[in-house]
Structures are given as C-alpha cells and as structure tokens.
Design a protein around this ligand. Structure first.
Ligand code: F6P
Length: 376
C-alpha cells in the first residue's frame, strides 16, 4: 500500500481572522479528500525549530471554522535569524531536521509577504513549501485577496459608522486610526464604506492644512462635524519625503557605515512617528476651531470571528493548497484569482508589498464622492 502523504502546517506573522478556517480547509481536504495526515507546529517557525507540535486529526478541525486567532499560535520569528538563548542564530538546519523527523512531504505556511520570504528560503534549502496569503493589511502581491482583510474591513467600517453619530452629536472632529502597516487598503476601504470625510493613507502623503480646509468647507456647508480616517502608516509630505530618502539610502548601501546610518535614520523616523494620529488631531483642532477626539482601533481589527467572505476565501485557498500538494506542486503561494485559485512562484511574492496605487479606482471613487485625501 502506498504511504500516506504527510503535511506540516504553521501560522506565522500577525494573526488574522480566517486562519482557523484555512487550517480546517487544508486539513479536511488533505485528510478527507486526499487521504493525507497532518501535523501543526505551534507559534510559527519557532515551533518548527523547537519541535513543538500537535497532531491535527479530523476531530481537531471541527468547530474552528468560525473562531478567531489561530489554534496553532503564531510568532514573527524567522528561521534564519532566530533569537535563541539571547543570541540570534540561523536555525534552518533545525527546521530541516524536524521536517525530516516528521516525514513531511510538504510544509504549508500561512502568512503574508514576510512569511513567503521565509518560506522561499526553506524551499531553496530543499523543502517542499507552499504558502497561503493571510493578512488584514491586504498587501500581498499577485493575489486578488488575502484572508483577514474582509473581516477587518467590516470591523473598521462598523467603527467609522458608530463614530459618526457621536461626532455629529458633539460637533467634533473624530480622527480614527486604522491598521495596515505601510499599506492603505484597510483605511481607504473602511473610510469609503463608512463615509469618512477625510482619508489619509501612506501612499498619498498629506498636508494637515488640506485636511483642515476640507473640514472648514464642511462647516461652511452646514456640517459642523467630520470623520478623519488615518492609516497608522500615513505621513505628512515632509515626513514622507524624509522616510523615502532614508529607505532609498538603505537600499543603495549594501553594508557598512552608510547602511548603519540609514537604518538608524529609519529607526529615528519610526520613533518620531509614534503618536502621529494624536498630533494630527490637535493640529486639526487648532486649524479649524472644532474640538477633536482620537480613536485608535488597534487589535480589535484583528480579533474575533471571521466574516463569511473570509471563511469562504480561507476554505477555497486551503482546499486548493491540499490539491496542489497532492499534485506535487511546491514553491508557490496559493493565490485567489477571480472565483478560482492560481499557484504563484514564491520568488514573485517574497518580501514584496502591494500598496494602493495613487490612481487606483478606490482612490478615484473616494475623490469623486468628495472625500479629501489630504493632498489638495
Ligand atoms: O500585519 C498586520 C498588522 O496588524 C499590521 O496592520 C500592524 O501594523 C501590525 O500587524 C502590528 O503588529 P504586531 O502584532 O507585531 O504589533
């Protein structure tokens, strides 16, 4: 009798709604449809290095479709640069050893662009690896969608909706900070869906004066309140230019003092960015005369039950992942493409980020319905 194929699975990077639905999708398809067996590693790549795992039999996959977080736990650890006993070490050999110890035919890594980068290193080290695109930031390249985003979009939109009534009652500006790291998809999407008056995203450097003008225009037209949706990574024109220059310098310098200088400059700019939303709110208050308040949505956007759209996406990608393993296709991310899926080489995904093109149709729609994007 042919040996049953065995899959290892882990979740890496920030958690997001739909991870359990994806684990279930892969697991049920792998076990039930393809007759494989499954082992789950705890806490991302760290669990694989430390050989901490759970056997994922069918019964462990029941009842998790609707639950938030990840039953496996997650971490941002990288196999090739892992802190072990206070020292950063390359733990790739330990990964390979445990992959072989478990007799794995494939390793499935659920994560974003960073996870794809780590997965690619392991593929180059000889492992059969596939990834599934997960992130509330929606910033993975070469896929139509990432699971987690739809749920976070619903949560953030609901928050913007709720902030409207209180901003209206108190004649205030409410500045709501939305996650997304360096990408503005979540803020732009929730801002449009929730009817924000000003939307500030990392891809379009803003001027607070332009935002204030939009608020004052609304007051003149009889609306003495405003909702400003600001992405955590949004920067004003001057800060964005300084950040882009430091980034450019880091890319240009291979190693040595110039690179160290660029890295230090970036760290200083990141540190100075902390509290940016609070500063924007107080500047707007000063420039408009309207009282302003801040709401930082934070991790509430990542927690809780996944939306129907994310459950569906995660299940589609998960079952397609099991099919690819059965066919022997490795070194790919399972992308969502229209109603179907598409295996995309990890080289094309690893370490890349899909940001909002400034001429994207969402941006144009926002402008056409009168939203201020802080640049005019
Ligand atoms: O990538 C998802 C995300 O939630 C980003 O939107 C956010 O910037 C980041 O993770 C927060 O990371 P951490 O969980 O490490 O604080």
């Amino acid at each position: 009798m042919a040996r049953r194929k065995r899959i290892g699975i882990l979740t890496a990077g920030g958690d997001s709604p739909g991870l359990n639905a994806a684990i279930r999708g892969i697991g049920k398809a792998a076990i039930g449809h393809h007759g494989m067996t499954l082992v789950g590693f705890r806490d991302g790549f760290r669990g694989l290095v430390e050989d901490r795992y759970i056997a994922l039999e069918s019964r462990k996959l029941s009842g998790i479709l609707t639950t938030g977080g990840t039953i496996l736990g997650t971490s941002r650890d990288k196999p090739h640069q892992m802190l072990v006993d206070g020292v950063t070490a390359d733990m790739t050999a330990a990964v390979i050893r445990n992959y072989e110890k478990h007799g794995l035919d494939a390793l499935v890594c659920l994560g974003g662009g960073g996870t794809a980068k780590n997965a690619l290193r392991l593929a180059r080290a000889g492992l059969n690896v596939i990834t599934l695109p997960k992130t509330i930031d929606n910033d993975v390249v070469r896929t139509d969608a990432c699971f987690g985003f739809a749920t976070a979009l619903d949560v953030a939109t609901d928050a913007v909706d709720r902030l409207h009534s209180t901003a209206h009652s108190h004649h205030r500006i409410i500045v709501v900070e939305i996650m997304g790291h360096g990408a503005g998809w979540l803020t732009l999407g929730a801002g449009i869906a929730g009817g924000a008056d000003v939307i500030l995203i990392p891809e379009i450097p803003y001027s607070v004066e332009a935002a204030a003008q939009a608020v004052r225009r609304r007051v003149r037209n009889g609306s003495n309140f405003s909702i400003v949706a600001i992405a955590e990574g949004a920067r004003n024109i001057e800060d964005a230019a300084a950040y882009a220059a430091a980034l450019q310098q880091k890319k240009a310098a291979q190693a040595g003092p110039e690179r160290d200088q660029a890295v230090a400059a970036l760290a200083a700019l990141e540190a100075a960015h902390v509290g940016n939303t609070l500063r924007v709110a107080s500047e707007l208050e000063e420039l408009t005369g309207l009282e302003s308040r801040v709401t930082i949505l934070g991790y509430v956007q990542r927690g809780g039950t996944p939306s129907a759209a994310d459950r569906l996406l995660a299940t589609r990608l998960g079952s397609a992942g099991a099919d690819l393993i059965a066919e022997g296709v490795f070194g790919v991310m399972v992308a969502s493409r229209g109603d179907g899926t598409d295996p995309v080489a990890l080289e094309q995904v690893a370490g890349k980020r899909r940001t909002v093109p400034p001429d994207h149709s969402w941006v144009q729609s926002a402008r056409h319905v009168g939203v201020c994007l802080g640049d005019e």
